[in-house]
Design a protein around this ligand. Structure first.
Ligand SMILES: NC(=O)C1=CN([C@@H]2O[C@H](COP(=O)(O)OP(=O)(O)OC[C@H]3O[C@@H](n4cnc5c(N)ncnc54)[C@H](O)[C@@H]3O)[C@@H](O)[C@H]2O)C=CC1
Ligand SMILES: O=C([O-])CC(=O)C(=O)O
Length: 310
């Protein structure tokens, strides 16, 4: 694979492109934005890091979809971010149109790309890109779970005073305040996290994780980009290197977890075909109830999207 396009040169998109260039995985990263000069500036600034940080990936900014031709992977970050007081779902009327239009334009120039959606509300925007692209379900999915587990792992790392590197975690559900971090599937170097921390402390960390995006929006007046950008770049790397890594990603469910026709966060295996496999965890009653609640919340936003007829 040699070409990745990132749509949206804003906070998240520019970070994805920059992190990807540092990984030196692909020949070219194209950054497309309706603000063409802005995209050109971000690409040039990033490329001027090449000789300092030793990477060879070319970066090109543009507002012309012709420059995205024959992309192997496309990361969609175009759209508006939320401001304090807003939920991700409040972005739907603006971002559904943008994501649909962007996906159609991408498909005019690339035959069979893998599309990773980042724009919010994530689960429904991934559905919108899936519909607009006509691609099979293994080639369209969303980034949220890597970010949400990264936050969960960061909070655990702070509470336990251990390196985040050694914390493994899984999480299910929609990318909203109903997301379902899974303490039963959380370990520190193989040690169950429940052996290392009190239930009260763990419950508080789970709650903070669920509202992790909102915490940053409140602090910065707009949403996060470093961890989101790195998370999307990690997905690209797993695909380019055909790593078969298992990550929580937003994927189309067709019966799995008792859900039908809805994109939700679940563990998947990522490789050169996109999603190689979707893994079904053996959930207990409480975890299943939380997953169902999260699915209901996403389904409500999905209905709004379907009513928009974009
Ligand atoms: N899935 C996740 O975990 C996360 C999702 N997000 C979402 O990612 C999106 C982007 O966030 P930021 O980069 O912070 O926003 P931003 O405002 O910094 O950048 C968005 C960019 O999209 C561009 N854009 C708008 N319409 C476009 C179009 N039709 N075609 C091409 N480009 C277009 C804008 O010009 C702007 O440069 C937001 O919807 C945000 O909510 C952000 C963080 C994490
Ligand atoms: O919170 C937001 O609006 C952006 C996002 O999805 C995140 O940072 O998790």
């Amino acid at each position: 694979m040699s070409k990745v396009t990132v749509v949206g040169a804003g906070n998240v998109g520019a970070t994805v492109a920059n992190v990807l260039a540092h990984k030196d995985l692909v020949r070219e990263v194209v950054i497309l934005d309706i603000k063409g000069d802005f995209a050109k500036g971000k690409a040039l600034d990033s490329y001027q890091q090449a000789s300092v940080d030793h990477f060879s990936t070319q970066l090109r900014g543009t507002d012309d979809y012709a420059d995205t031709a024959d992309s192997d992977i496309v990361v969609i970050t175009a759209g508006i971010p939320r401001k304090p007081g807003m939920s991700r779902d409040d972005l739907i009327s603006t971002n559904a149109k943008i994501v649909t239009m962007v996906t159609r334009s991408i498909m005019e120039h690339s035959k069979n790309p893998i599309i990773i959606v980042v724009s919010n509300p994530l689960d429904v925007m991934t559905y919108a890109a899936y519909k607009a692209s006509g691609l099979p379900k293994n080639r369209v999915f969303g980034m949220a779970g890597i970010l949400d587990t990264a936050r969960y792992r960061a909070f655990l790392s702070m509470a336990l005073d251990v390196s985040g590197k050694d914390i493994q975690a899984m999480l299910l559900g929609g990318h909203g305040d109903t997301m379902v971090p899974l303490p039963r599937y959380t370990t520190v170097s193989g040690i169950p996290v429940t052996d290392l921390i009190s239930k009260e402390e763990l419950d508080a960390i789970v709650e903070r994780t669920k509202k992790g995006g909102g915490e940053l929006v409140k602090l910065m007046g707009t949403s996060a980009w470093y961890a989101p950008g790195a998370a999307a770049a990690q997905m690209v790397a797993a695909i380019v290197r055909d790593e078969k890594r298992i990550f929580p990603c937003c994927a189309l469910l067709e019966g799995e977890y008792g859900q039908e026709g809805i994109f939700l966060g679940v563990p998947v295996k990522l490789g050169k075909e996109g999603i190689n496999e979707l893994l079904e965890l053996n959930l207990n009653e409480e975890e299943m109830a939380d997953m169902n609640k999260s699915a209901d919340a996403v389904r409500g936003v999905l209905e709004v999207y379907k009513g928009m007829n974009v």
